[in-house]
Design a protein around this ligand. Sequence first.
Ligand SMILES: [Zn+2]
Length: 237
Amino acid sequence: MSNYLFRLDDASDYMDIEKWNRIESILDQYGIKPIFGIIPQNADETLVSKYARNEDFWSLMHSWIDKGWTPAMHGYEHRYVTEEGGINPVNKRSEFAGLSYEIQAEKIRKGYTILEKNGIHPTIFFAPSHTFDENTLKALKNHTTIRIISDTIAWDIYKTGEFWFIPQQSGRVRKLPFKTVTFCYHPNTMSSDSFIKLENFLRSNKEHFCSSQSLKYIDRQKTLFDKLLQKTYFLMH
Ligand SMILES: [Zn+2]
């Protein structure tokens, strides 16, 4: 049976509070504790110009942590500055992939400092549009204590170098034949239909969901099967 994880992207001081409240109450109802990605210094015009600034943002983040949700660092400014896919080429755009180590290290250091200053100690990182490269990992290693990445195509968690990679294969809930599956949602842009589909799925599958904190971080290496899945996925994508 699969382990399902739930991931929420784009928490920042500029977000659609009503939709986030709605997803929070659904997840609470089914006892699901997601990973949520915080944009430390949101400078993404599509988000900043659309939503009013939430003055109580950091206390909202702490209320989620207090109930067992897992905070993640979701990039730095959420601005796309390259057209690279990096080592997880889900999209051909990135805040990180393709940039020099020095530039990436600066972004990682600044973003992490903002989170730490606000009392948030993330253990997981995922980049905007899922795209990062070896320099992103090096910057995380040198400037943070984060050693888990939520983003890869694989059958299960694996470890490469000092980092564990939690697979993230789908942008919507559905049955998938993998050991560990992360469903990634963007509450800001969710339609009422996607809320309904989500709730239907959770109603009958809630017992398969776990928190990223209860996963076993063992020294499993990436297998030939994982590599095949990645290759197939990116060929079809
Ligand atoms: Zn994002």
